[in-house]
Design a protein around this ligand. Sequence first.
Ligand code: PLP
Length: 361
Amino acid sequence: MARVHNFNPGPCTLPYSALQKCQSDFLDYGGSGMSIVESSHRSKEYDAIHNDAQKLLRELLGIPANYHVLFLGGGASLQFAMVPMNFIPKGGSADYIITGSWAKKAFKEATIIQKSRIAASSEAQKFNTIPEAEALDQDPLAAYIHLTSNNTISGTEWQSYPDFGPTPVVADMSSDILSRKIDVSKFSLIYAGAQKNLGPAGVTVVIVKDEFAAQANSGLPTMLAYKTHIDNNSLFNTPPVFSIYLMKLVLEWVKEEGGLDVIEQKNRQKAETLYQAIDGSDGFYRGTAEVSSRSWMNATFRLPTEEQEQQFISEAKSNGLIGLKGHRSVGGIRVSMYNAMPLDGVEKLVEFMQDFSKKNQ
Ligand SMILES: *Cc1c(COP(=O)(O)O)cnc(C)c1O
């Protein structure tokens, strides 16, 4: 079996040991005589998976006791709507920081539901940077301020978070959750689609502070109210059982690796290795993100011509390095290096890059 180095932006590479465990468990889960995908979501087998996954996430991220951890369907994109539905009161407004296409989509949903405003935007800079704290124009009455921690498409990431004052902070962390340590207590709500660092598509993690959840609007359709899922431990309806199961295996892998201390160090090393190759290429590769805003998860760069970019992608593919095409909205090259991408994969890519630039100067 030949496994490639998979640099896809999501769904993306997952830890091999988790996939193997999933395979060996698949037909007969824990001696139950059936697959976990054939088991009831009310069974004791599934119940243990559900609660273990929550516990592991709490432990790895250091989630305080006064937060709920929810496993929902609908992707991060449904959170774009659920957040304003639940948390902007009638006649109120929320602030959004627009740092990329996903942030823009989140903002658009909020404006459908209630009035919302832009507190800062880097759209004029083609999203190549994270706004400075001084550039923030916050509404002191905002129900919350929303940010996107890592901009998967443009390749920028918040390196640290400014003090947003007393306004509750809501963050879309879909593409960098669990990649480094964070202080969860600075956020009132965090959400993340699983398919980058957490597992397969199908489950969305929501981490919400009790005090914030208690302020939610009433009168919402049952499935769209966080309260429903809080009150039912995310078992109001059938949860995405298989996705949660595989996510649990991924979380176990993170723990075995040594937790976020080790993961963070590895991610830093991968990112430094790649950016050094870009910066050391005498301008053949041009990083598109401002250096101080560069993402550890998604590195974006251009080659001298679009033809060379196409050639780069196809030659890389013949070398077992796949998923390097930039998002269709921006072009160029994007290297996604989520937790499960080993340093070895990045080093192979860097070797290929050096080779390619020599041949095509
Ligand atoms: C991938 C991604 C999304 C979209 O997630 P879905 O689960 O497909 O809805 C949203 N936000 C960010 C930052 C992403 O990277």
